[in-house]
Ligand binder design. Structure first.
Ligand SMILES: Nc1ncnc2c1ncn2[C@@H]1O[C@H](COP(=O)(O)OP(=O)(O)OP(=O)(O)O)[C@@H](O)[C@H]1O
Ligand SMILES: [Mg+2]
Length: 234
């Protein structure tokens, strides 16, 4: 493929209007190639989740442009953006919790149901993906009967069961102890390496960011540093 997978150019995001207006993003330029594993870091309130929501087509920039495989996302309508999201993007977001009274298997099947995949194929794909995240034998457990790390694995399985181009993960290890966090990171590294899934991950923890191959630092709605800039310019 020619050109970057993801390209943000001069992206700003303003919440509210007039006196109450707040500019959460103040001009973000970011280019990500297919196959990258990128960590986004930065202080609380620096705009990381706002940027992830835009990258995930859950929100749109106030100004600036977002291109996905060269397609101007900001010119797509709601329906087209939803299609792009369904076809290419997987999410592990704090707001995307598992359904409580629903088994691990059913949770992972859900995105396939939305895609109209037939029942038997749905179950087979969901089982295989749960196996991939190390949860064989746990298919029929509801989230309450799983540990935090296991729940996070289910969330990852649900995000990747559709074989997305990009996995967007906002603090995927946020609620886990360090050992569980390392296990989740090892899983993300394997997905990136073995399946070529491009990963964009927000984390506060330097230990977790160290697993990524590129680190982008946000500060006050801007990118303060980008370890990938020299590499991508070459
Ligand atoms: N829907 C919204 N309406 C108004 N302000 C918002 C909205 N979403 C975010 N903000 C503001 O934008 C700024 C950036 O928020 P964002 O959630 O992107 O920060 P963050 O870097 O993800 O922080 P954290 O590390 O705490 O998750 C914050 O000051 C926040 O209050
Ligand atoms: Mg956030």
């Amino acid at each position: 493929m020619n050109g970057p997978l993801i390209q943000l150019t001069g992206v700003t995001k303003t919440f509210g209007e007039g006196e109450a207006a707040f500019q959460a993003l103040r001009g973000i330029d970011l280019s990500v190639d297919e196959g990258e594993f990128l960590a986004i870091m930065g202080p609380s309130g620096s705009g990381k989740s706002t940027a992830m929501n835009i990258l995930g087509c859950l929100d749109v920039p106030t100004t600036g442009s977002y291109r996905f495989r060269g397609v101007a996302v900001d010119r797509l309508d709601r329906r087209q953006r939803a299609l792009l999201r369904r076809r290419h993007l997987g999410f592990v977001f704090q707001g995307y919790n598992l359904l409580p009274r629903t088994t691990a298997l059913e949770n992972v099947e859900l995105p396939l149901l939305y895609r109209g995949v037939a029942r038997a194929e749905r179950a087979a794909l969901a089982r295989a993906t749960l196996a991939q995240v190390g949860l064989t034998g746990w298919e029929h457990h509801t989230p309450a009967k799983l540990s935090g790390g296991q729940q996070q694995r289910v969330a990852i399985a649900r995000a990747i069961v559709t074989r997305p181009t990009v996995l967007l993960a906002d603090e995927p290890t946020g609620n886990l102890d360090s050992e569980k966090g390392q296990e989740i990171m090892a899983l993300l590294v394997a997905l990136n390496r073995d399946q070529g899934i491009t990963i964009l991950m927000v984390t506060h923890e330097p230990d977790m960011a160290a697993f990524a191959r590129r680190i982008v630092q946000f500060h006050d709605g801007r990118i303060r540093s980008d370890s990938g800039l020299t590499a991508s310019a070459a």
